[in-house]
Ligand binder design. Sequence first.
Ligand SMILES: *[C@@H]1O[C@H](CO)[C@@H](O)[C@H](O)[C@H]1NC(C)=O
Length: 254
Amino acid sequence: MSHALGFLILQFAFSRADALYGHVLMRCQFSSHDGHDTVLLEQYYLNKMLMFQYNSTLGKLIGYTKEAIEYADFLNGIPSFVNKEKWKADICKRNVPLVYNSLLTPVEPSVRLRSVEAVGSKHPGMLVCSVYDFYPKQIWVTWLRNGKKVTSDVTSTDELPNGNWLYQMHSYLEFTPRPGEKITCMVEHASLMEPKLYDWEPMPESRMNKIAVGTAGLLLCLVFVVAGRIYYKIKSTVRVLVPTTEGLCPEHTL
Ligand SMILES: *[C@@H]1O[C@H](CO)[C@@H](O)[C@H](O)[C@H]1NC(C)=O
């Protein structure tokens, strides 16, 4: 894990088409909480071409063209320039704890547990525990069956960076549902005082029954509609026949 705080200083810019354009990229780079590995990197560009680079590990300015090399040698011999660079590198180092303590506070994830179709699996069911928008990266997502850790039929993605310092990850459990069993997705993270548990709620039986009754009712209704139609058809056919027979048959025969 490495962090870089970068900021841009526009040194000079003219609005003319043939203007020269210079910019400096300053980077404070570190990956440890105490800042012992902090590096200050300064890059000086002219018309997007890198002319100089100062790297605090190296402790001197480096030039990238013949003239720049000469000028860098000149600057590296001036104590005030060297001290100024050291001072900047020191600020960069001293602010590392501030970054870790204030800016990089843990961010609690949001969790979604859902069932998906298991494709090409020996199990009919698959649960996905999706954990979104957490920081820092370290996280533990595990599955419990009746409170006991499940180790087989589990696959997980890596912690995927969102690009905004937050991460997401997804864990999959292939399983065969058994009545009365409780499946839980457990999330452990620096943002949580204790592990958070998310129980899988299979469709309750009462709801299953309601759906069954509803479906049966719908089918029955359909049968009545079809039967009614047939009855109506037959009846109207008979009605059509009636006038013809009326003419043929004497009234009392009907
Ligand atoms: C700074 O210089 C050191 C030593 O040469 C090098 O290992 C490191 O990669 C440089 N850092 C950057 C960001 O270029």
